[in-house]
Design a protein around this ligand. Sequence first.
Ligand code: NAD
Length: 266
Amino acid sequence: MNVAIVGAAGRMGGRLIQAVLEAEGLELSGAVERPGHPQVGTDAGLLAAAGYIGVPITDNLAATMKNADILIDFTFPDVTLKNLEICAKLGKMVVSGSTGFTPEQKDQVGKYAEQIPVVLAPNMSVGVNACFKLLKEAAKILGDDFDVEIVELHHNKKKDSPSGTAVRMGEVVAETLERDFNQVANYHREGMCGERTKDEIGMQTVRGGDIVGEHTVYFIGMGERIEISHRAMSRDMFARGAVRACQWLQGNKPGLYDMQDVLGLN
Ligand code: NAD
């Protein structure tokens, strides 16, 4: 299966190029960056420190997708939506790890997924997806007696906040407790903001240095506390997850899937 990568020169791009080159059954057929990016024209293999492979980075996704079966997209929501439009027209599959979608943008992704198979996941790591499952179980057992707070840490270049993973963790807990996440998420406490409400889910963000990504969900009861934490030590496991999603997506019908589907956890 021929794979193209968009966002090729980004922090995830190099890891994705390496992961596709190492993956069984996948060939890297193209790599794309934004027009004007200094790495356009550079060989993708050289960019990923994997040696020359004869795949130059282009700035034209539509032309690059002609030779590809599937697109791996780690960019930003507005870019991803444009990429989905191109892939839907060409009938190509998409695996996107972009984060920061508004509910309206997520709906738009869903519309494109009526035409092509799409995996969209704010976190492609197997460990984080295991955490989603554990959170569901913990929320089921602990119920409304425990206050839920989520803290996430990321590097100082991250653009969206809180992370897509933290939001998904909040959604999983809220859905299990039959709450509407958008109603109960509390992103801000400052000054005389009053006591914590029973249903709220606190969302706290730390930004600094080169932290790849850390998430902790606290279930805080009277006299005891449970913490479910995930710490990412490198970006390679996100890239391996994206490769796994490509291998899984092959042969699937159009639709919107996530890593829980890919890993058989749903
Ligand atoms: P980055 O800024 O290092 O890389 C993004 C790349 O996209 C840049 O090189 C940029 O030039 C390129 N780009 C921007 N506009 C473009 C366009 N129109 N066409 C082609 N390329 C374009 O960011 P990053 O750290 O690599 O993260 C990228 C995205 O992936 C973010 O949304 C991040 O939150 C997400 N992410 C997801 C996971 C996951 O597991 N799902 C893991 C890590 C990061």
